[in-house]
Ligand binder design. Sequence first.
Ligand SMILES: NC(=O)c1ccc[n+]([C@@H]2O[C@H](COP(=O)([O-])OP(=O)(O)OC[C@H]3O[C@@H](n4cnc5c(N)ncnc54)[C@H](OP(=O)(O)O)[C@@H]3O)[C@@H](O)[C@H]2O)c1
Length: 339
Amino acid sequence: MLKIAIVGATGYAGEELLKVLVNHPRLKITSVSAKIDKPQKIDQVFPYLKGKLDLICKEPDFSQIVPDCDLAFLALPHRVSMDVAPQFLHGGKKVIDLSADYRLKETSVYEKWYAAKHKDPEHLKGAVYGLPEVYRKKIKQAQLIANPGCYPTGIILGCLPFLSKHAVFTENIIVDAKTGLSGAGREKEALLIPQMQDNFRAYKVDEHQHSPEINQELSGFAKEKIEITFTPHLIPIKRGILSTIYFQLKNRISQEEAQKLYQDFYQNEPFVKVLPEGKFPQLRDVVKTNFCHIGLKVNPARKTAIVISAIDNLVKGASGQAVQNMNIMYGFEETEGLK
Ligand SMILES: NC(=O)c1ccc[n+]([C@@H]2O[C@H](COP(=O)([O-])OP(=O)(O)OC[C@H]3O[C@@H](n4cnc5c(N)ncnc54)[C@H](OP(=O)(O)O)[C@@H]3O)[C@@H](O)[C@H]2O)c1
């Protein structure tokens, strides 16, 4: 049995990890920790875990939790993970980090967007970006996974098929995305709820910290420099991200051709579903699942295309994808625990 440590177990992503991992047949959770003031039974924090997980959640004591695990999930804020990951990695353990600390390859880019010096460039070099649809082979061998951000997951998946055929002009990809409030984490969400009742607004317009991550991954995939225009929005719902991506096509292609391109690209992917012509994703269909749904509309006369993707920010955008990565790393069925 694979032994699992969860650090940051009381947050939104940590809770979602717990929900999936307690039912996963191939592993045993050996520790749960958080910043928590006073140790507390995890089934008191989350009563639905009663009878399923009998552990005390407390501040992490690495001298105890590192020897008693094979793999650690870090559901910690950025800037905290890079202090914690080395404790496990130096102990020969594997790590899946859900924060942004190991996603950006260049420390200077990280330092600009996250306003902190990167403290662990040694492990950053070997970190694998955990997007299975692109990096499945590397994930199998990885010691450290940088689990992708929520916006990046939906947006990158929406762009890949067109980029794979160099079918679009890369200098003017425009993304308009909307997220539910849980994207901000448990504490910040509590502050947002009163502001967001009956409200809808843009934030961090063209300066969201996920932009460099999206640009890095799209540029690496397309092998040319890509800088998207990105406007994120908050909507007064709990979970889900719907991203609308606008492309200028290089050549006139039909709806059928674009549809086939997207369907063929994702035909073997267990968690990406391309919807039939005329159908577009809705959050209701993906929330609480590890699926990304994609719909598209081409205008051959104007040579434009609109792609819409939808995910659950806490599942395919965080913890579900982290478990998918674990399944790949350990040779389990990729969908185990997730369907
Ligand atoms: N929310 C999303 O949709 C989403 C999506 C993708 C990725 N992520 C990333 O996943 C990570 C967790 O996000 P979240 O939304 O779950 O945040 P969250 O709800 O704020 O939870 C953060 C967790 O980290 C713990 N923690 C904070 N500082 C700590 C420390 N110094 N030592 C030990 N534990 C500490 C907290 O413990 P206490 O509860 O005791 O304070 C809590 O368990 C973040 O890096 C976030 O960017 C989140």
